[in-house]
Write a protein that binds this ligand. Structure first.
Ligand code: SF4
Length: 331
């Protein structure tokens, strides 16, 4: 039994769902028709890797309203997992706080009124959480299981500028501080492999993640999508990229997990999109579940687990009680 009370060597989301909801919880992706301010009116067309169509199930593009999308998602997953399970409505596509409050309210309440929806996951950017939206989310948080998924991607301002994220790492810290102070659960989304970053940097950055203390994390290896600015950069400047092989990624993840707070629940360890979207093929299509098994095998071989190398008394002080100057940023 590991510190989180589970048998697996990392604090897995499936264990969290079983503990808190008594069984499997399936996320139902929703495209609520929101846009992204970074694509529309800020830096040069958005993040250089952005291919939002690759991130969302294709059926969402054809169905406009939230309720129909959720019904369709439920039908799909009921065939796949016929045993009873609950659902989260996952507002996934683009920036799901980028609309007037009354529109946000309509979409989120429509989802909440559906039977079997046990909570909402709202994915957004750190710079799209106004006071008004935060206060609304705070109220929502008292009525349902709410998680706000924040695109962190990198803890380095040079990288954020380079990939045209359109916000700073200080903005990221501020968004977590605001969400934490309202007791809203957070999920930090991180990408490993962005241009000019190195494995040593990511291993050092885990301390910042520990101090941010999101409840959940999602890790993605960098994937380069067709027809993106990053595809052109990769073609012109391959020296800026340090892709990890599948075996190296497994080793890196184990090193990272050993240093990561045992309290952070892991939603994803890698990304998986249909190969037709990829400009650069990866890992001979190593499937996500195989990668997870390899990580668990490696942790078992090392006889280590998530957080084994963390001194929780010094390294994992909650962000809300931590002065920002204490955060270590190597950028
Ligand atoms: S924040 Fe997301 S949707 Fe917006 S440009 Fe970046 S990757 Fe695309």
């Amino acid at each position: 039994m590991f510190p989180w009370g589970g048998e697996r060597r990392f604090n897995a989301y499936s264990h969290y769902c079983r503990t808190h909801f008594g069984g499997r919880i399936q996320k139902l992706p929703v495209d609520a028709g929101f846009s992204c301010p970074n694509r529309l009116n800020r830096t040069q067309g958005g993040c250089t890797y952005c291919a939002n169509n690759a991130f969302s199930p294709s059926y969402l593009a054809e169905i406009k309203d939230v309720v129909s999308q959720l019904k369709q998602g439920k039908t799909f997953f009921q065939k796949r997992y016929p045993k009873n399970c609950g659902y989260f409505a996952y507002f996934q596509s683009y920036t799901n706080t980028n609309a007037p409050l009354e529109i946000l309210r309509d979409k989120f309440e429509a989802a909440l009124n559906m039977p079997d929806i046990k909570g909402l996951i709202i994915s957004t950017r750190p710079d799209c959480l106004s006071e008004e939206v935060l206060d609304y989310l705070s109220g929502l948080n008292t009525r349902t299981h709410l998680t706000v998924e924040v695109g962190v991607e990198s803890f380095h301002n040079e990288t954020l500028t380079h990939i045209h994220r359109g916000h700073t790492v200080e903005c990221t810290f501020e968004s977590f501080k605001e969400l934490c102070s309202r007791n809203i659960s957070t999920c930090a989304h991180l990408i490993f492999g962005l241009p000019n970053e190195t494995r040593m940097q990511w291993l050092s950055d885990v301390q910042i993640l520990n101090q941010l203390q999101p409840q959940f994390v999602k890790f993605h290896q960098l994937q380069i999508f067709k027809n993106t600015a990053m595809e052109a950069e990769y073609r012109d400047h391959p020296e800026r990229f340090h892709p990890l092989s599948a075996d190296d990624y497994v080793q890196f993840l184990c090193d990272y997990l050993e240093r990561m707070s045992p309290e952070i629940v892991i939603e994803r360890l890698s990304a998986e999109v249909p190969p037709r979207y990829l400009a650069v093929s990866q890992w001979n299509l190593l499937r996500h579940d195989r990668l997870v098994r390899k990580v668990e095998e490696e942790l078992r071989r090392r006889n280590t687990w998530q957080g084994v190398a963390v001194d929780v008394t010094t390294n994992c002080q909650p962000f809300v009680s931590t002065e920002r100057s204490n955060l270590t940023n190597n950028s």
